[in-house]
Design a protein around this ligand. Structure first.
Ligand code: HEM
Length: 475
C-alpha cells in the first residue's frame, strides 16, 4: 500500500481483479460518479493489480499531460503484444520522440492542416454521395461508407493510393478496423490475466482471438503496401517513401542507433490508419443523431449554410468556414456531447517517475486515466452540460466561434492527437456538405435513438448501428 495516494473509490476492491468488475459498461461515467462520491477530482483505483490514477477535470489533466513525465503510454497486454512498444501510439522515450516528430513533419509535408488537402477530402465525399444517391433513399448503415471514405484519406498520405468502394480486400480491412473498436475493451480480463488467452472457454478468453486475428490481418495489409515501395526512389510521394528515404540515409551514415526499421514503419502506419478512421466516422455518426434529435438546431445550421451558399450548387470548402460560425460551433458541440475518446485504447498514459499531483503521491508507472467525458460534462466549464447547445461555443453576438477552456476531445500536451487538424477539416467538410445536400431521417429505429442511451463504450464511445435514409435536396 502506497502512502498519500488520492482518495480511493466507494467500490470494494476484489483481490486480483481490483475494481475492474465494478466499472460497468461505461467506465467513464462510473469513474465520474466515484469522484463525485469522494468529492475529489482525483481518485485512485485498481484495474487488476495495476494502480490507476483517475483525473476528472481539465486543470488536472492539463497539469499532468503538459509534463513529460506523464508522456508514457499504459501498455495493456493486448496492445503490447501487437505493437511491441513500436510505432507512434505505444512507443516511448527517444523512439517515440523521433517518430512522432517524423510523423508530424511528414503529414504536414503531404498536406495535413493545409487547405490544398481539401481536394482529396472532397473527392472522397463525392464518392460517398454517389453511393448514397444510388440507394434512392433506401435506409442504409452509413458507417461502412464513411469509414471507407475517411480511411482512403489516410491511405493517400500513407500509401500514396486510394481504394474504390468496390475493392473487396480494402472493404474487408476497413471492416476489421471497425470490429476492433467494438471488440477491444479496457476491462477485458485478458488485459489483467494474459494467461487466460490459452483457456478454451470463450467467456474467459473474451474477444482475444478475434482481436488478435484482426490486428494481424491489418498489419499484413500494411506490410504488403510497404513492399510495393522502392527504397531508392528520388521523389517521395507518401509517408512510406519518406520513411524509406530516412532509413536509407541512416544506413549510409552508419547511424548505429537508428530506429527506422521495418517493424517501426508498419506499426506507425497501422497506428495512423486505425487512429484516423473510426474516430472521425464515429463523430459523424453522432452528428446525424444529434441533428435528428434537435430539429431546431438542424434548421438553424441549414439556414446559415443556405443563406451563405444561395443557389450555388457547389461543395462547401474550408474557405467558407469563417462565414459559418453556427455550423462550426455545432460540430464542436457534437464532439463535446459525443465524447468519443474513452479510457480504453490509446488514451491512458503512464508516469515514468514517482511524483506528486494536487498534493497526492503518484507512484512511478501508475496508469493515468484522463476522463475526457468528465471534463466535457463539467458544469463549472459547461453550464447546463446535458443540453445540446452550440451557442456555448459562440460569442455573445453569435458571430465568432470561441473554444471553451476544458474542451479537449483530442487531449492535450505532447501525446495529444497528431491527426487533430486533419480530423477538424474532415469533420467540417463532411458535416457541412451533408447538411447542405441531404435531408436525412431514421425510420424504423427512430424511437430507440436517444443520444443519452443509444451507445456503447469500447475503444471509443460510439452510437449503436442504425439505418438512415437520405434524400437529395435541390436548390
Ligand atoms: C474526431 C477524430 C479524432 C479524435 C476525437 C481523436 C482523439 C484522440 C485522442 C483523445 C488521442 C489520445 C491522446 C493522448 O493520449 O493524450 C489520440 C491519439 C492518436 N490519434 Fe487521434 N483522434 C481523432 C482522429 C485522428 C486522425 C484523423 C488520426 C490520423 C492522422 C489520428 C491518429 C492518432 C494517433 C496516431 C494517436 C496516438 C498518438 C501518440 O500516442 O503519440 N487520430 N487521438
Amino acid at each position: 500500500k502506497e502512502k498519500n495516494l488520492p482518495p480511493g473509490p466507494p467500490a470494494y476492491s476484489i483481490p486480483i481483479f481490483g475494481h475492474l468488475l465494478s466499472l460497468g459498461k461505461h467506465p467513464q461515467e462510473t469513474l465520474l460518479k466515484w469522484c463525485q462520491a469522494r468529492q475529489s477530482d482525483i481518485i485512485h483505483c485498481y484495474f487488476g493489480q495495476r494502480l490507476v490514477i483517475v483525473l476528472n477535470n481539465y486543470s488536472l489533466i492539463k497539469q499532468a499531460f503538459l509534463d513529460d513525465n506523464y508522456s508514457a503510454r499504459a501498455q495493456p497486454f493486448i496492445f503490447e503484444e501487437h505493437f511491441h512498444g513500436k510505432g507512434l501510439t505505444y512507443a516511448e522515450g527517444e523512439r517515440w520522440l523521433v517518430h512522432r516528430k517524423f510523423a508530424m513533419d511528414t503529414l504536414k509535408k503531404f498536406g495535413m492542416g493545409k487547405f490544398y488537402l481539401q481536394g482529396t477530402i472532397l473527392s472522397e465525399l463525392r464518392d460517398v454521395f454517389q453511393h448514397i444517391d444510388e440507394q434512392n433513399s433506401t435506409p442504409l448503415d452509413i458507417k461502412a461508407l464513411l469509414t471507407h471514405g475517411l480511411s482512403n484519406i489516410i491511405c493517400g498520405f500513407a500509401f500514396g493510393e486510394r481504394f474504390s468502394h468496390d475493392n473487396q480486400e480494402f472493404r474487408h480491412i476497413v471492416g476489421l478496423i471497425e470490429e476492433c473498436f467494438t471488440l477491444g475493451s479496457h476491462d477485458s480480463w485478458i488485459t489483467v490475466f494474459p494467461l487466460l488467452r490459452f483457456v478454451p472457454m470463450k467467456s474467459l478468453r473474451g474477444n482475444y482471438k478475434k482481436f488478435s486475428k484482426n490486428f494481424h490481418e491489418i498489419f499484413q495489409f500494411a506490410k504488403k503496401l510497404v513492399q510495393n515501395h522502392d527504397e531508392n526512389i528520388e521523389e517521395t510521394r507518401d509517408y512510406i517513401d519518406e520513411y524509406l528515404k530516412q532509413a536509407n540515409l541512416d544506413k549510409k551514415s552508419n547511424k548505429f542507433d537508428s530506429t527506422f526499421d521495418m517493424d517501426q514503419l508498419i506499426t506507425s502506419i497501422t497506428n495512423l490508419f486505425i487512429g484516423g478512421t473510426e474516430t472521425t466516422s464515429t463523430t459523424l455518426r453522432w452528428a446525424f443523431i444529434y441533428m435528428i434529435e434537435n430539429p431546431k438546431i438542424l434548421k438553424t445550421v441549414r439556414q446559415e449554410i443556405d443563406d451563405y451558399m444561395g443557389d450555388r450548387n457547389l461543395f462547401i470548402q474550408m474557405e467558407d468556414k469563417q462565414y459559418l460560425p453556427y455550423t462550426t460551433a455545432t460540430i464542436l458541440e457534437i464532439q463535446r456531447c459525443g465524447n468519443i475518446a474513452t479510457l480504453g485504447g490509446s488514451t491512458m498514459h503512464r508516469n515514468l517517475q514517482a511524483t506528486t499531483l494536487n498534493g497526492y503521491s503518484i507512484p512511478a508507472n501508475s496508469y493515468i486515466a484522463a476522463n475526457f467525458y468528465a471534463c466535457h460534462v463539467d458544469e463549472r466549464q459547461f453550464p447546463h452540460a446535458d443540453r445540446f447547445d452550440p451557442t456555448r461555443f459562440l460569442s455573445h453576438d453569435l458571430k465568432l466561434v470561441q473554444r471553451t477552456q476544458g474542451f479537449i476531445p483530442f487531449s492535450i500536451g505532447k501525446k495529444s492527437c497528431p491527426g487533430e487538424s486533419l480530423a477538424n477539416m474532415e469533420l467540417f467538410l463532411f458535416f457541412s456538405n451533408f447538411i447542405r445536400h441531404y435531408d436525412f431521417y431514421v425510420v424504423n429505429q427512430a424511437e430507440q435513438i436517444n443520444s443519452k442511451l443509444f451507445y456503447h463504450t469500447s475503444l471509443t464511445r460510439a452510437p449503436f448501428d442504425y439505418q438512415i435514409s437520405f434524400d437529395r435536396r435541390s436548390f
